[in-house]
Design a protein around this ligand. Structure first.
Ligand SMILES: Nc1ncnc2c1ncn2[C@@H]1O[C@H](COP(=O)(O)OP(=O)(O)OP(=O)(O)O)[C@@H](O)[C@H]1O
Length: 589
């Protein structure tokens, strides 16, 4: 389409050149037969549509050039509506072609015998000249199309950049800025045009020497940006632009801590937006705990959740967070038993660049900093070393974090929810847990009772778990038969809800009808009958002994396997960290 004003002006000039060289009137129409240029008699008719039954239409349709030496008598003129009134002495048509597409036609009209003779005499030269003029117009259209495409491309890129969640900026290989999105200026509080400014002058945390010639993505480095009282923390990546194995520039992307956590949670699927009504159970005991937790969610005091493994401590912690005024902030969970002590320290408190050999460039943000304005969930707090307990106590008292190798403390606004399945009071008595920390943590205690103490909840739990897992496993299992349910109700569930979930998942996998039958249940559950019967006849076995025995059994069973501990923990319905802890606790070798 010949749309732009610029190109129409060029075409008008070309029409005038042709007219003055050949001394004839010129008309140029576009592909819709609209006159886009005209000289002499036709100069007033620009913008009008020429007849559908004109020779222009034939030139458009056939893509052929032709000369009509005897208008009215030529066979082309026979279908022309204006034949009767035609005053033309000759006519020449030359299509404007570009890449097999016809964009219009140049037409010359002779209104005198002299003009006609001139045309007929110089037929060949005239055609060559017109073809060249048509090519000139085509090249202008081509350039125009290209610039239009580039404009669309630039707009598309700009829209794409501005719709990204991240702040993005691109530079040449020396760090001179060429493109950036709105978010980039916004989050770093940059005013006016920053084009051609050097990124290394804006950010002191990135040095050209560090990235010069890097050929791989420089990933997930934390930064602190400070500008006139404005502090901004986040994570950045540097992506080199490589052409023919040479670095031609860089694209930097930045994300603030809060969005980074949100993104992480979305990717890992951990940010299930748990609310209190997602916690299943309507037993009196459960209703009471939920009520307590709901009250706790409205306060900012520290919460200590106790309960056996798999009772839903993390679930409650999430529900408390999501029901609190901090719900828009991050929820960061960390398992204190799963990480070795020295790593746990840097995970929790972070470190400064150069704090120790092997410390990452740019340092590391600790979970406390990441959880700023949100909640930190310290799971298995009973497994934290005394040294770290001291550091945690300082955070609770001062609301400040001291980074490893850091010179200044960073103040944080974080709510702490701690959880444990160990008896902290006993640990305090034995000197294994700091008493002062225990009281600081135990401001709002919440105890989740084990499943065996609230068997009424099992009905609802089973119903929900079946619905969830049959969907997940894509199996049409809708219920459970009485015998299987009886078994489930009589079992003691040392691994609580997590173990129940595992058992139902297993049974759905085994089921070959729409309902779970007794035969589909895990062997461990079916075997349990015998034990219960025997123990009833003989003596009551303490739960701890039972637990120890089952753990040994599971470890024996999987000892030849890869990831034996993981498999044993799965079979027992407890987490790997809990298994390790219990191995230690029961002194199993
Ligand atoms: N009342 C409940 N309603 C629904 N799901 C539950 C309930 N209690 C626990 N669960 C589910 O059981 C599993 C274990 O729960 P969670 O991880 O919260 O337990 P935990 O007490 O923190 O365990 P651990 O001490 O081993 O870390 C999760 O999948 C959780 O969703």
């Amino acid at each position: 389409m010949i749309n732009s004003r610029l190109i129409k002006r060029d075409i008008k000039n070309i029409a005038e050149v042709i007219s003055s060289v050949l001394n004839v009137d010129v008309t140029i129409v576009d592909e819709n037969l609209i006159r886009i240029a005209g000289t002499g008699k036709y100069s007033d008719k620009v913008g009008e549509k020429v007849s559908l039954y004109s020779v222009f239409k034939i030139a458009l349709d056939t893509g052929e050039s032709f000369i009509i030496e005897n208008p009215r008598n030529d066979k082309i003129c026979q279908m022309c509506k204006g034949k009767k009134d035609c005053k033309e002495f000759a006519e020449v048509c030359c299509p404007i072609k570009l890449d097999d597409k016809i964009y219009g036609v140049i037409g010359l009209i002779a209104f005198s015998k002299e003009q006609r003779d001139n045309i007929v005499r110089n037929k060949k030269e005239l055609m060559d000249f017109l073809t060249k003029m048509a090519d000139l117009i085509s090249s202008k259209i081509k350039a125009e199309n290209k610039s239009y495409e580039l404009k669309i491309e630039a707009k598309r890129l700009e829209t794409l950049l501005n719709n990204m969640d991240k702040a993005v900026v691109s530079t040449d290989m020396y760090g001179n800025i060429d493109k950036y999105n709105d978010k980039f200026k916004k989050i770093f509080d940059l005013k006016g045009s920053i084009e051609k400014e050097n990124i290394f002058d804006i950010f002191s945390f990135i040095k050209i020497e560090d990235i010069k010639g890097i050929k791989k993505r420089y990933k997930s480095t934390s930064f602190v940006y400070k500008k006139e009282g404005y502090t901004f923390r986040g994570i950045y990546n540097i992506n080199p632009i490589i052409i023919d194995r040479e670095v031609k520039g860089y694209v930097f992307d930045f994300i603030d801590n809060y969005s980074a956590i949100k993104e992480f949670n979305e990717i890992t699927g951990t940010d299930y937006n748990i609310k209190f009504n997602n916690i299943i159970g309507n037993s009196k005991l459960m209703e009471k705990v939920k009520k307590e937790a709901q009250i706790a969610s409205k306060s900012s005091s520290t919460v200590l959740i106790t309960g056996e493994s798999g009772t839903g401590k993390e679930l409650f912690a999430r529900a408390i967070h999501n029901n609190s005024y901090r719900c828009e902030g991050p929820f960061i969970a960390i398992n204190c038993a799963a990480i070795p002590d020295n790593l746990l320290e840097s995970e929790l408190f972070g470190y400064e660049e150069g704090a120790f050999t092997g410390a990452k460039k740019g340092g590391k943000l600790g979970k406390f900093e990441l959880a700023n304005k949100g909640t930190i969930f310290l799971d298995e707090i009973g497994d934290m070393s005394l040294h770290l307990q001291g550091k945690l106590l300082r955070v609770l008292q001062e609301r400040e974090v001291e980074k490893i190798g850091g010179k200044t403390n960073i103040s944080v606004d974080v709510r702490i929810i701690a959880a444990t399945n160990r008896n902290l009071e006993k640990m305090v008595e034995k000197g294994e847990f700091r008493e002062d920390l225990y009281y600081r943590l135990n401001v709002i205690p919440i105890n989740i009772p084990p499943l065996r103490e609230r068997k009424e909840d099992i009905y609802l739990l089973v119903e929900n778990i079946i619905a969830n897992y049959s969907k997940k496993l894509n199996k049409a299992v809708y219920g459970i038969d009485d015998r299987a349910m009886e078994k489930i109700l009589s079992y003691s569930w040392p691994g609580n809800v997590r173990q129940l979930q595992n058992a139902i998942e297993y049974s759905i996998n085994m089921a070959n009808s729409n309902i779970i039958k007794y035969e589909d249940l895990p062997q461990k559950l079916k075997d349990d009958t015998k034990k219960i019967v025997i123990s009833k006849e003989e003596e009551i076995i303490p739960l701890k002994d039972l637990e120890r025995r089952e753990i040994i059994k599971a470890l024996e069973k999987f000892k030849e396997y890869k990831k034996d501990k993981e498999k044993a923990a799965y079979a027992l319905g407890i987490s790997r960290a809990t298994l390790y802890r219990k191995i230690k606790e029961y002194k199993i070798h």
